[in-house]
Ligand binder design. Sequence first.
Ligand code: SF4
Length: 248
Amino acid sequence: MANVLVYELDGKIYINLTNKCTNDCIFCLRKDKDDVKGQTLWLDDENCTAQDVIAQLNKYYPHPNPQPYGIQAQSSSLRSGASLCIPKGEGAVANEFTSCVNAGEGLNEVIFCGYGEPLLKLDVLKEVAKYIKEKYPQTKIRINTNGHANYVYKRDIVPELKGLIDTISVSLNGESSSEYDELSQPVFEGAYDEVKKFIKSCADNGFETVASVVEGYKGRHLNLAKCEQIATDLGAKFRVREWIKNGY
Ligand code: SF4
């Protein structure tokens, strides 16, 4: 079966670059399910290139009949409910993706998030994000990450994402190192401090930064006020994701 590198959920486009992760969270969706709404996210291999991802993006949103700016594309080429909104500028073309992106039906955002940690594929991620920003500059791009990348690469990779990524959502996952280790089961020691440093770097570098927690896993409750204070002190917004049995 072909690797599902690009998938759709609730009208948004997600990119699934890898199945590797430096955490093994007890609530990770992939422990319970092989697929997201029928889209199997286990990969046959870890060899995907940016071109592989872009090919799936283009397959998802083919450009069958690019139209010069100012010429209305046929409404029959649009997804149900989409309306045309052609970008201004010389040489701009309309296609199904840009139409959907501008149609306000939820396809204005691409998210790097799958059955693994996307920043473990940093070079591929940067190349794909650059492609999207060049082709569809109005599209917002978010990464959902465990925040371990600077530990993995032994450098601060956050500045490398400038101009490519709009929002970085980092899994804070708890109020303390011990809670983090219990919930996230990282493969290295000191992961919680690394996550907090990563969040701060994202905020310091001007990204919209979100620190998230998963609340209510099998009846377990976090100290949300304390987690929020930690997020705020690091310069991030705070997001509580209620645990849902099937993940969505
Ligand atoms: S960080 Fe994300 S992908 Fe990795 S184990 Fe946790 S929930 Fe799963």
